[in-house]
Design a protein around this ligand. Structure first.
Ligand code: PEP
Ligand code: MG
Length: 313
């Protein structure tokens, strides 16, 4: 795998002052679980379930889904596994969910909005997750993608709890939900910030469009301010705030995100070793100082430069 693995620190994610920051894996199928464990993932922070649905003309049955979730949970006995409800639409279209053509699919019936229009699919998925949880010891959390209002938060958490899932949260990927995090987290058990979409929607730049790719930079102070709002809300209410977008895989940005209040980081398993090593270099006060520097910057480039300069001084 990675050359850095041989001399990478082992063990859990933590700062120089021993503040624990669990390092979790983003997975797209149960098949990746073994490698994630080998690379030191302390659990799964984002299980993308789209793959289960992608190749079929119809939604998979409860039993089909249950066996997939169960084999994932079996790889993480006693560990946290966060499963995201189906995130269809926009960059992940599914014929049986998104049938009407849309001019702006990223602003359309996607994520939880699409599930709401097809509630049985959501109920079946949550039922399969609950049944798989009962067969395993993993600490299973569920979250909804693309939540933009408090009302959507309540919709999702009430169905999840009704089905028997104990820990129900939301992804924060839209500025409205970041700005309302202090209210959303009264109801939700946790928040997980999807920095890929949060950056797309904050900078109003399609994440799939090469001509505006330079805007897709999570170091942008506007994005970091929103992350900070969520971090503050989580700290005030005693609720966990994870990061599961690509930003968590950038070692120095991961430290900034912790300084902004992130309590866990989830990333593709290949990034775990470098992020683990970087976190060990700084205390929480240093991480908070980096966060202040990044927030004060006028651009993503300035933020990155300011934090890099401080880190190497
Ligand atoms: C995100 O938007 O940051 C995220 C983690 O979800 P996805 O990349 O699957 O949209
Ligand atoms: Mg997303």
């Amino acid at each position: 795998e990675r050359a850095s693995l041989a001399n990478a620190p082992a063990g859990p994610g933590r700062l120089a002052d021993d503040t624990e920051i669990p390092l979790l894996a983003n997975l797209g199928s149960a098949g990746g679980a073994e490698e994630a464990v080998e690379l030191g993932a302390e659990g799964v922070g984002l299980f993308r379930t789209e793959f289960l649905f992608l190749d079929s003309a119809q939604a998979p049955t409860v039993e089909e889904q249950q066996s997939q979730y169960s084999s994932l949970f079996a790889a993480f006995p006693g560990k946290k596994v966060v499963v995201r409800a189906l995130d269809a639409g926009a960059d992940k279209p599914l014929s049986f969910l998104n049938d009407a053509p849309e001019e702006n699919p990223a602003l359309g019936l996607r994520g939880l909005r699409a599930l709401r229009a097809n509630e049985q699919i959501l109920r079946d998925q949550l039922t399969a997750i609950r049944n798989a949880e009962a067969e395993n010891t993993a600490d299973v959390w569920v979250m909804a993608p693309m939540v933009s209002t408090l009302e959507e938060t309540r919709y999702f958490t009430s169905i999840a709890r009704e089905i028997g899932l104990k820990t129900a949260g939301v992804m924060i990927e839209v500025p409205s939900s970041a700005l309302l995090a202090d209210r959303i987290l009264v109801d939700a058990d946790f928040a997980s910030i999807g920095t890929n979409d949060l950056t797309q929607y904050t900078l109003a730049a399609d994440r799939l469009l090469g001509s505006v790719a330079s805007f897709q930079d999570p170091w942008h102070p506007a994005v970091l301010r929103l992350v900070g709002e969520v971090g503050k809300a989580g700290a005030a209410l005693g609720k966990p705030v994870g990061i599961c977008g690509e930003a968590a895989a950038d070692p120095l940005l991961a430290v900034v995100l912790v300084g902004l209040g992130a309590t866990s980081l989830s990333m593709s398993p290949a990034a775990l070793a470098d992020v683990r090593a970087e976190l060990r270099l700084y205390t929480i006060e240093q991480a908070q100082h980096f966060a202040e520097l990044a927030l004060k910057a006028n651009s993503a480039m300035e933020a990155r430069a300011a934090v890099s300069a401080s880190a190497s001084s």
